[in-house]
Ligand binder design. Structure first.
Ligand SMILES: Nc1ncnc2c1ncn2[C@@H]1O[C@H](COP(=O)(O)OP(=O)(O)OP(=O)(O)O)[C@@H](O)[C@H]1O
Ligand SMILES: [Mg+2]
Length: 350
């Protein structure tokens, strides 16, 4: 490919929904080509581990075919604190090539896993405050986790070309669609069914990332307990919003109580960020993931955190042809944010 503009499909394999997005890049910007979401049954992916790969493969195949995606090249992502470590560290200044040679040695002390068990990548961010030192972002992902997801994607007949991390995909989605303000800290918070991915940007550059193992499953479990119903029925009730014989007040109370638990987890991360950065302020939260659609969650988060919350608009700067149902897109926007970030990657990207 002479121009390196080959299109890649962004494939976000979540535990609740698999999402695929394909964009077309032109001189005037990006255009949406393909978009699809396929729900997964519960228990196929748990805590970021693929437990039933053949059914996940089946779901990916179904999604690719129903979305009419012809391109085989995909970017996929992994996340979760037990398999992905992202660290911003200060190292002696050296060239990119030099660091490439010594990264294993340099990274070893910052990575809580055996260095032989991880794939390492890095990005030199620039000079740090101290003389002869530079800031570097180190990313370590367990090989086992990469293999697990790469295998599923290959078995679905696709060609995985880039393995990204959810937190960085969010950052790419943000960069395309939002103006970064030099003196502001923005928290990108993606809340799915079983995971929170957080990436705090300072003047547009990542300074803090954290994944936590809680999400919208807490809402479903709260409804399950409150009304003694099956998990599947609780999930259905949550998505439909009401049901005969179910008290709306009791339902709202159960949802709010689970939301409080999710928000406590977010607040703990914010506190940690503030403690380790000289009490930096967080100016805004951009929320994505399915939990952004859960009744009352966004306003409760804003109230508890005391921070303005905006729901992510991944298509703000992407042209959407009239063939797409705009109303539907508006509804699923937060769910598709990570996949849009993945679709922005290009063959040849590291
Ligand atoms: N319209 C909606 N109303 C309420 N909750 C919703 C709605 N849509 C999705 N959710 C909830 O959002 C979650 C799914 O979001 P998302 O697709 O972002 O998760 P995921 O990427 O599959 O999961 P994870 O990355 O955590 O494994 C589920 O808990 C689901 O119940
Ligand atoms: Mg997700």
């Amino acid at each position: 490919m002479i121009f390196g503009k080959k299109n890649i499909v962004g494939l976000d394999i979540g535990s609740k929904n698999i999402k695929a997005v394909q964009l077309k890049e032109s001189k005037t910007g990006y255009q949406l080509e393909r978009l699809g979401i396929a729900p997964l049954e519960p228990e196929l992916i748990v805590d970021g581990s693929v437990l039933d790969s053949s059914r996940v493969v089946g779901a990916i195949k179904g999604l690719i075919s129903s979305t009419d995606i012809k391109t085989k090249d995909v970017t996929l992502s992994v996340s979760g604190h037990s398999s992905v470590i992202i660290k911003r560290v200060s190292l002696t200044q050296m060239s990119e090539d030099e660091l490439g040679e010594s990264i294993k040695f340099e990274a070893e002390q910052y990575i809580p896993f055996d260095i032989e068990d991880v794939n390492l990548d890095f990005q030199i961010l620039g000079p740090s405050g101290k003389e002869n030192m530079m800031d570097v972002l180190i990313v370590a992902v367990k090989k086992e986790k990469i293999n697990e997801y790469v295998t599923v994607v290959k078995d679905a007949g696709l060609n995985p070309v880039i393995v990204d991390v959810d937190a960085f995909a969010l950052e790419n989605m943000y960069e395309l669609n939002y103006e970064t303000k030099e003196d502001e800290n923005v928290a990108l918070v993606n809340i799915g069914a079983g995971m929170i991915n957080m990436n705090i940007l300072k003047g547009g550059s990542s300074v803090f990332t954290r994944d936590s193992a809680v999400g919208g499953n807490l809402h479903t479990e709260a409804l399950q307990k409150e009304f003694t119903i099956s998990y599947a029925n609780a999930e259905k009730l949550k998505l439909e919003g009401s049901k005969e014989g179910i008290s709306p007040e009791d339902m709202a109370a159960a949802i709010t109580s689970a939301s409080e638990d999710i928000i406590s987890e977010i607040s703990r991360s914010f506190d940690y960020f503030r403690d380790t950065t000289n009490y930096e302020n967080i100016n805004e939260i951009i929320i994505s993931g399915g939990v952004a659609l859960t009744a009352g969650f966004v306003s409760l988060l804003s109230e508890r955190a005391g921070i303005n919350v905006r729901v992510a608009e991944p298509f703000k700067s992407i042209r959407v042809p009239d063939t797409f149902d705009k109303e539907y897109l508006k509804k699923v926007e937060p769910i598709i944010a990570v996949a849009v970030g993945l679709a922005l990657r290009r063959v040849g990207d590291r």
